[in-house]
Design a protein around this ligand. Structure first.
Ligand code: NAD
Length: 543
């Protein structure tokens, strides 16, 4: 029987506003109240079965760290083995399903998330990751829905790429085979959508996955697993194995069936994983595909001609939304000395107006950073700047972990372009500013390119078209996502495929055909309808 489903052309999921008095605001707040009024138990999910190990850790609210949302079970060596076995059993049928059948399930997941599951996943993201409603909506709802709707479309496009010629009497084709084994999906704490996409993108291509979410964001991930099940994703296709990265990771990567790694997180962890795989390379059945999107030190280069209001807004949103905990967050800004006084006045007033607190209070622009380890690491950077001779604190600098992990929006001004906070990823609400002489525009372009190991995102802000063009060329390799007159955050699926190079990752562009191509291994098929029956060629004939 042929499948009647055709993959619909996607459009981006509209962002809900959650304005005062709106029904969507009331419904989301009710869901957040409901979720935060109980403590749930989160099991592993292996082959569709709930597994409890008794080795538990807690999901808490970063803005009120004494408030426990859930206890989650952590995987050990035994559960990793169970998950690999379950994945291989599921692989037998899932890898053979036509793309249209798999895609049909993805569209169902997207529709459920856009509808009845939206509040749950958004509220879980707000509570466990301390995101304000807008940040939750653009991540947990819209971006994940987009991944689920756009990836099937891209997969279809990919499958349509066939050999150019089939001369008579032959027929040539290329088949996109799922990888032999399983894909290890390892997600970071900061985006629910990335968590959902890392296992589901390879699974769309017929693969099976083991998904290890970040320990500080297991709560929304648990609801995503429930959503996958409700939409009909077969058992064992995605196996959920939360746990400590340093324990779960090596156990998974020692398996000869490791066929790929789909990672997002820090550069150091990714490099450690790559090294582990390299050291075990002779043990694998196939060469594992290694895809990783990692850290950033994202820049803003303002030209003297910049629209100052636009610059200030880009700085505030780019650096401080979600407390700067975006790989794309603006964390170093280069501003001409000649315009600094004007920019500074507006910038200080804007930062001063920022409210910080519980995400359930919709008037808060900022919330808490994710956990104690992030709080300590960010505050250590701030203290370093406070004690340095070549830097001063312009805004913020305060931090308080008595109730939640709160860090003020902090701005450091330095006259040292290689100051530590101009080079290293902080992953918190800290922006460092360096003032440059506009006569040194060309040298500043070189400085921006050479200051950090990363090359994820960056923006140039300028009303001068020639300066923009010059920056675009000089900064060709400085960012995988380059913005002109816009903040360097907020990539949208289907509009700005996302990823960076250098120390920022393999740049396989999440939410694009170029990512999906990593999850298949092509088989070329030539069929000959009239095969030769004599080995001799005409050139061999006698004159
Ligand atoms: P992290 O590297 O600490 O953790 C990421 C994941 O790796 C977690 O699930 C963690 O448990 C796991 N892990 C840790 N050690 C492991 C090991 N030895 N083996 C296997 N897995 C292991 O990162 P994080 O703090 O969750 O996220 C922040 C980082 O992620 C930042 O550096 C940020 O720039 C980066 N990030 C990058 C992108 C991007 O698209 N480039 C997007 C989001 C976040």
């Amino acid at each position: 029987m042929t499948n009647q489903f055709t993959i619909p052309k996607p459009v981006n999921e509209p962002i809900k506003v959650y304005g005062p008095g709106s029904p969507e605001k009331a419904s989301l707040q009710a869901k957040a109240d409901e979720l935060s009024s109980k403590v749930i138990d989160i099991p592993l999910v292996i082959g569709g079965e709930e597994v409890r190990t008794g080795n538990t850790a807690q999901c808490v609210m970063p803005h009120d760290h004494g408030h426990i949302l859930a206890n989650f079970h952590q995987a050990g060596e035994k559960e990793v083995e169970m998950a690999i076995n379950a994945s291989q059993e599921a692989w037998q049928s899932w890898s053979k399903k036509p793309l249209e059948e798999r895609a049909e399930i993805y569209v169902k997941i997207a529709n459920l998330l856009a509808g009845p599951w939206r509040d749950t996943i958004n509220a879980a993201t707000m509570l466990n990751m301390s995101k304000n409603v807008f940040q939750a909506e653009i991540d947990a709802a819209c971006e994940l829905i987009d991944f689920l709707r756009f990836n099937p479309w891209y997969a279809q496009e990919l499958a349509s790429h066939q050999p150019m010629y089939s001369p008579e009497p032959t027929k040539n084709s290329v088949e996109l085979r799922p990888l032999e084994g399983f894909v290890f999906a390892v997600s970071p704490f900061n985006f629910t959508s990335i968590g959902g996409n890392l296992p589901s993108a390879p699974a769309l291509m017929g693969n099976v996955a083991l998904w290890k979410p970040a320990s500080s964001a297991v709560y929304p991930a648990h609801f995503i697993m429930q959503l996958f099940k409700e939409a009909g994703l077969p058992d064992g296709v995605i196996n959920f194995i939360p746990g400590r990265g340093s324990q779960v990771g090596p156990n998974v990567m020692n398996s000869p069936l490791l066929a790929g790694v789909h990672f997002t997180g820090s550069t150091a962890v990714f490099q450690g994983m790559w090294k582990h795989i390299g050291e075990n390379i002779q043990n694998y059945k196939t060469y594992p595909r290694i895809v990783g999107e990692t850290g950033g030190k994202d820049f803003c280069l303002a030209h003297e001609s910049v629209n100052k209001d636009a610059l200030v807004t880009a700085m505030v949103r780019g650096a401080f939304e979600y407390q700067g905990q975006k790989c794309s967050a603006m964390s170093r800004a280069y501003i001409p000395t000649t315009i600094w006084d004007d920019v500074k006045e507006k910038y200080l007033a804007e930062v001063d107006s920022i409210k910080m607190g519980d995400p359930k209070d919709f008037t808060n622009f900022m919330n808490a950073v994710i956990d104690r380890s992030a709080f300590e690491s960010i505050s250590e950077f701030i203290d370093f700047a406070k004690n340095a001779d070549d830097a001063e604190i312009l805004t913020g600098g305060g931090y308080d972990d008595s109730k939640g992990f709160f860090i003020e929006p902090t701005t450091i001004l330095t006259d040292n372009p290689k100051f530590r906070t101009m080079c290293e990823e902080i992953f918190g609400p800290v922006l460092t500013i360096y003032l440059y002489d506009p006569d040194n525009w060309k040298e500043t372009l070189k400085l921006v390119d050479s200051t950090s190991d990363y090359a994820l995102t960056g923006c140039v802000m300028s009303e001068d078209k020639d300066a923009v063009e010059e920056a675009k060329i000089a900064l060709t390799y400085s960012a995988g996502n380059f913005y002109i007159n816009d903040k360097p955050t907020g990539a949208v699926v289907g509009q700005q495929p996302f990823g960076g190079s250098r120390a920022s990752g393999t740049n396989d562009k999440a939410g694009s055909m170029f990512n999906l191509v990593r999850w298949v291994s092509q088989r070329t098929i030539k069929e000959n309808f009239d095969p030769p029956t004599d080995y001799r060629y005409p050139f061999m004939d006698e004159d």
